[in-house]
Every structure is written in C-alpha cells, then in structure tokens.
Design a protein around this ligand. Structure first.
Ligand code: BLA
Length: 505
C-alpha cells in the first residue's frame, strides 16, 4: 500500500520557529543581556509591569525587580548558558507586588524571559516524598510497557488530568498508544496507531530540546509581541524553545476534534532519540504551575532512563545471540572451506540466523537452496532484478512485491528479502527470505485522511474522527531489525574475505 506521507511532504515543514506570538497564560520579555533593557514585550506585559508595552520598551527590567534578582539574572547569563533556568522574581510596581517565576534562556544573543505566576508554596519534602514513591514504582518495572502503565497511573493520581496515555513511536514515526488511563466516559485510544504527521517532524524535534509542551487552553487569544519585529535584528525572534510559544492552528483544531481543551505532553528519550510521548488530556482548561511542570520534567527523565535501561539490556542480549550464531556459521564455513556447506547445510544455517524461512546461495554456477524460496525461474528473474538495481551493498525489504511486482505471485512464501551480494555482476548472491505475515493495524481514524484539504487546495484541516479504522497489511514480512542488517553487512565482509583468501580459484 502506497501511503500518503504528510509528515515529510507537508506537516513536517510548517515553520514553528516563526510563530511570533505567545499563549496568554504568561508574559514574555526580550532583554538585552548587557543592561537588561527591554527590547520587546508581549502585549499583555502591562498586566504585571504596570506600563503599556509602548512605554515599557527601552526601560530596564532592573526597575521592576529587586537588586539581588537583577544581579542574579545578569550574572547567570554572562556565560553562554543554553539551558533554560528558572529564577524567582518579585515584581514591584506602584501599589502591587507579585511573586513570579521567570524561565530564562538566551536566543539570537538576547535574553528571553518567560514569566509565569509562581505556584503555591509546596514544601520540597512534600513533593519529594510523592516523587520518591513514583520513582520506586517505575524502577520496579521489568518491561517498557509495565513502566509505561505505572507512569500513566501515577501521573493521573498526581495531576488529575482526565486522560493520560503513553504514545510510542515506530521506525516510521507513527505512534501507538501502549498505556492509557482515562475517565470512563471518554473514548479509549489504547492500542490505536496514529500517523507520523499528527506530531510532525519539526514538532517532534522540539522535544529534543524541551522536555514538555503545555497547552492550558485551546481557546486562548494569542498575544503579540511589541514591536512585532525585533528592532535590533530586524527579524522575528525565534520562540521555538519557549514554553509560551503560541500553538499551531492545525493542532488547536486537532485538540478540538479530540474533544479536549488542555494538553500536556512530556518526552521519553532513549539513546538521544525521541522514543515516545506521555500525552495528558483535559476536557476543560487546565493550567499547571512551573513547579508542577518541573515534577513532570523530572519524571520524564526517570521514565526515560528506565525504558532506556530495559531496552538497551534487551538489545544487548539480542545482539549477543545474533553474534553468537554468526560466529558459528563462520566457524562452519572455515571447517568445510565451502560456503554452501558452512552457511546452508549444518546444524545452524543462515535462515536460522536471520529468523527466515528460506535461503539461497548462488555461487560459482551452482544454486543451493533451503526452505521456502522462489521456484527456479522466479529466482532467476529475481536475481536479474537485483543485478539491475546495481547494489553492491546489502539490500533488504519487508515488502518485496511492493518494489518488484513479479514477486506478488509467490508473496506467501516470500514477502521479505535480505540479499547479500557476493559478486553482483556474476549474479552471485546469498539471499534469505521471510514469508508474508498478514496483520491488522488499527489506526485512530483513517491515516489517508490525516490532512483534509478544502477545495482551494490551500486551507486544510486535521481529520475529525479518531475512531478505530482497520487496515489489513499484506505482502509484508516481519521487519528486518537494525542489528540484523548490521550482521548481514558483517557477513558480507566475511564472505568477501573468505572468497578472496581461501577460494582463489
Ligand atoms: C502537536 N500533536 C502534537 C502534539 C501531540 C500531537 C501530542 C504535541 C502537543 C500537545 O501535547 O498537545 C498528537 N496527541 C497526539 C496524538 C495523540 C495525542 C497522536 O494525544 C494520540 C492519542 N497535526 C495534524 C496535522 C498536522 C499537525 C494534519 O493532525 C499538520 C499539518 C501538526 N501537531 C501538529 C503541529 C504540532 C502538533 C504543528 C505542534 C503544535 C505546537 O507545539 O504548537
């Protein structure tokens, strides 16, 4: 099936870094680092600083906070800290004193302050005891799905969101809901798969820098900066790292279609790559203070570490087992000084190595085969096709009939192929085959309708139904894993060395 890929073709190119407005639950100031002079301010800043933005700009932020706070702010950012740093602030204007948190970071040479009301005073011990408990629960888990289930349940108790789910990405960046806890009268998403474009590439990339994204209410009025264009750089300031950044319109519509008003998503990272998101939903607006968001952030790293340690251990065990099998095959080949004896005819063979059902070796005018492989004529044509592709490297596909139509006539036996060229020009190959595995994928709404364009082909909307939509996937084998492809590559090097050193004639 040739799916539309809105992730790379469309949604993935929306310029999120050029959104120049903020959500209204906080205030944003752009300061010069040297003298803390206000260069730009969000139009709502008058609510806390007492002056209209037109008058605010060019004043010094020092005038509104205590001397200690101003010095702290100044000194913290003399070095090139790129991490966001939270700073407590007491803002004093005429007749008004308020406690705030400023989340500060440097962008384009400027100091960007995102200011939110400080949350309720909560003793460190209170928060810590809750956290310790959840952390202990997470750490006891033995699988990623168990850890996910623990974390969604615990977060629901801690935060009171209506629905919390763990959303895990696959190799094509589609995501499946692997754990969910929700209020009874809400739709269930557990087990459903969502297409990559729902959280497109650039939105996913932002989680590599920012641990979470909070949208307290989709019904907010975006707030502009004053002046809109930064007067020094004459450009939009890049707000992509800001928590307050206004939300892409298409995603607000998506939330509406999901019947939610507020959302919070927290990253799960494994080996520096986004593994999944914990997505929290609320049917009415829900604001979380910076302090509560920080608890989520901390739990995000606890769960990330746990999942990484579980999966890295599984990865290691699996890789060692593969290596061990490969070594046995190589040992056998050396003992018999013969490729087909060593790789196809002993107690272990290449089909076992690659969890395949058939294998073929075409070498020096002889074809050796084991298990389920294409018939002679079909095999000959398949090898011509492989030759015509001119690959010198390992080639693999889990959907051979999708790439080479003739294979459709034997798709049951052969839907997956992994071919290792020995001498492609002479038609010499080692090939393993996997059979078709027919699966049913249940999507959250038809993925072909992930984007609905209006008649003008300009305006578009996200899909408006997330109810289960079944796709039967045929002509497809189990996927070839990264480790299997690496082993195939090292087997190719071995065969090259073996044939050149030991089988000279
Ligand atoms: C953002 N989409 C997101 C986010 C999530 C999802 C979690 C991060 C923001 C947030 O936490 O709300 C998607 N949420 C899901 C999914 C589930 C869920 C799949 O709970 C599963 C149950 N979205 C579209 C289309 C486009 C698109 C068609 O459907 C593009 C054309 C874009 N999604 C999009 C963009 C963002 C986004 C641009 C970033 C929004 C922002 O941060 O401003």
């Amino acid at each position: 099936m040739n799916k539309k890929n809105f992730d790379s073709d469309f949604c993935g190119s929306l310029p999120l870094h050029q959104i120049n407005m903020i959500q209204s639950y906080g205030y944003l100031l752009v300061l010069e680092r040297e003298d803390l002079k206000i260069i730009q301010a969000s139009e709502n800043a008058n609510e806390i600083l007492g002056l209209a933005v037109q008058q605010l700009v060019r004043t010094s932020f020092r005038d509104y906070i205590t001397k200690e706070e101003a010095d702290n702010l100044y000194f913290k950012f003399q070095t090139d800290i790129i991490e966001k740093v939270p700073l407590p602030l007491t803002i004093k204007t005429e007749g008004y004193t308020g406690r705030f948190v400023a989340i500060a970071h440097v962008k384009n040479g400027y100091l960007i302050l995102e200011i939110e009301k400080a949350g309720e005073e909560n003793s460190f011990l209170n928060v810590f005891q809750e956290l310790k408990y959840v952390m202990a629960e997470i750490n006891r888990s033995e699988s990623a799905s168990q850890a996910s289930s623990v974390v969604v349940h615990q977060l629901k108790k801690l935060s009171g969101f209506d629905r919390i789910l763990m959303y895990k990405f696959d190799e094509d960046w589609n995501g499946t809901v692997i754990a969910e806890v929700k209020e009874d009268d809400m739709d269930a998403y557990l087990g459903l798969k969502f297409p990559a474009s729902d959280v497109p590439r650039q939105a996913r990339n932002l989680y590599l820098k920012n641990p979470y994204r909070l949208i307290p209410s989709r019904d907010y009025t975006p707030v502009k900066l004053y002046p809109v264009i930064n007067p020094v750089s004459q450009a939009f300031i890049d707000l992509s790292d800001c928590n307050l950044r206004a939300v892409a319109g298409v995603h607000l519509e998506y939330m509406k279609n999901m019947k939610i008003s507020a959302s919070m998503s927290i990253r799960v990272i494994r080996n520096d790559k986004l593994w999944g998101l914990i997505s929290c939903h609320h049917r009415s607006p829900k604001y979380l203070s910076y302090e509560v968001c920080s608890v989520f952030e901390l739990l995000s790293s606890v769960i990330s570490n746990k999942i990484a340690s579980i999966e890295n251990k599984e990865f290691f065990q699996y890789t060692s087992a593969l290596q061990e099998k490969k070594s046995r095959l190589i040992g056998n080949t050396y003992s018999y000084l013969n490729l087909s004896e060593g790789l196809l005819n002993q107690d272990i063979n290449v089909a076992d190595l690659f969890n395949a059902k058939g294998a073929v070796l075409t070498f020096k005018g002889t074809t050796s085969r084991i298990g389920d492989v294409p018939d002679e004529e079909d095999l000959k044509n398949l090898i011509y096709w492989l030759q015509s592709k001119g690959d010198e490297e390992v080639y693999s596909s889990r959907n051979l009939p999708g790439e080479y139509e003739q294979a459709a006539s034997y798709q049951e036996k052969v839907s997956g192929i992994l071919s290792i060229p020995i001498d492609a020009e002479k038609g010499e190959y080692l090939i393993v085959f996997r059979p078709e595995v027919i699966t049913t994928v249940t999507w959250g709404g038809n993925p072909e309708e992930a984007v609905r364009f209006e008649a003008d082909r300009q305006k578009y909307h996200p899909r408006n139904s997330f109810s289960a939509w079944q796709e039967i996937v045929s002509q497809t084998s189990l996927p070839w894993t990264e480790q299997e492809l690496e082993v195939a590559e090292s087997l190719r090097s071995f065969i090259f060395e073996f044939t050149t050193k030991h089988l000279k004639n």
